[in-house]
Design a protein around this ligand. Sequence first.
Ligand SMILES: NC(=O)c1ccc[n+]([C@@H]2O[C@H](COP(=O)([O-])OP(=O)(O)OC[C@H]3O[C@@H](n4cnc5c(N)ncnc54)[C@H](OP(=O)(O)O)[C@@H]3O)[C@@H](O)[C@H]2O)c1
Length: 301
Amino acid sequence: MIDTLKLASGHKMPMLGLGTWMLTGRQCEESVKAAIEYGYTHIDTAELYGNHREVGKAIKGHDRSKLFITSKLWRTDLTYRDALKACDRSLKELGTDYIDLYLIHWPNDKLPIKDTMRAFKYLIDEEKVRSVGLSNFDETRINDAMKFSKVPLSTNQVEFHPHLYQRKLLQYCNKRGISMTAYCPLARGEVLHDPVVRDIAEKNGKVPAQVCLRWLVQHGIVVIPKSTNPDHIKSNMDIFDWKLTDQEMTRIDGIGTYERQVNPAFKDIPLIGPIPKPIFSRIPNFVKRRYTKNGKFFSDG
Ligand SMILES: NC(=O)c1ccc[n+]([C@@H]2O[C@H](COP(=O)([O-])OP(=O)(O)OC[C@H]3O[C@@H](n4cnc5c(N)ncnc54)[C@H](OP(=O)(O)O)[C@@H]3O)[C@@H](O)[C@H]2O)c1
């Protein structure tokens, strides 16, 4: 059984979802289908990922009311009109009447957040979207968004894993009634070699990925690991009927490594921690073309 979290909007969000960044074509469709078959109900996508159609195909025929679809509005579409158009596009591509959770993918200080918040209210009133939220927002920008929002902001999706323990941001979101969703919950595999994580996994008869995901959900954080491997998809679900001890939680809290995986090409938003190597070469060409301006790619997840 996958635990759920009650959002500020009043809707319930499954605490585990399947991430789909870099999943396209048949691989995307098959991974999403496998996840649903195993019992996942929550899928995380975004217009940027270029896979709405594949996600749409995979969810077709399933009881929509039992699924939870998160999608994201790209940061160049934050004006009122563009946000409404982007949402309609996403609904069409996904083949659904509503999106469960619609997030601003990355902040953009050049476009007025007031307009985006007005668009979010409209989308909720029109029942095109059930809950709204943010992604990659720091405390100042969360505060700005909250000032203008007439509807509750339900989550802030940020990079979060044992090698990037964003304790202060978590406390701030908790205080403001905003849940947190961890993207890159496995640090794209990097954290699976951590000696503390491996030791705790061995002692609990679990694998390192389960320990990372359990650490996050035990902190009250929703996790959206991506996998194309059916065994991993299945084993990532085994995080809800056991617990880490307080001591184990404290050990992981104290790992002290502060390494970010995601490093977007746009540089107008401050990031925390060292800058990792670019992943441009691993992005499929059709996604590059879609989100490339003046020869420069401008996102990373
Ligand atoms: N809002 C944002 O700006 C943003 C940014 C980045 C990502 N995201 C979202 O967050 C999701 C997750 O992040 P991510 O995909 O970047 O990284 P991630 O989930 O931390 O890592 C994915 C990697 O972990 C491996 N993996 C998964 N389960 C495993 C297991 N049990 N054992 C060993 N390896 C395992 C996968 O390989 P296999 O396929 O072999 O299992 C894959 O290579 C994305 O897919 C996307 O939906 C959002």
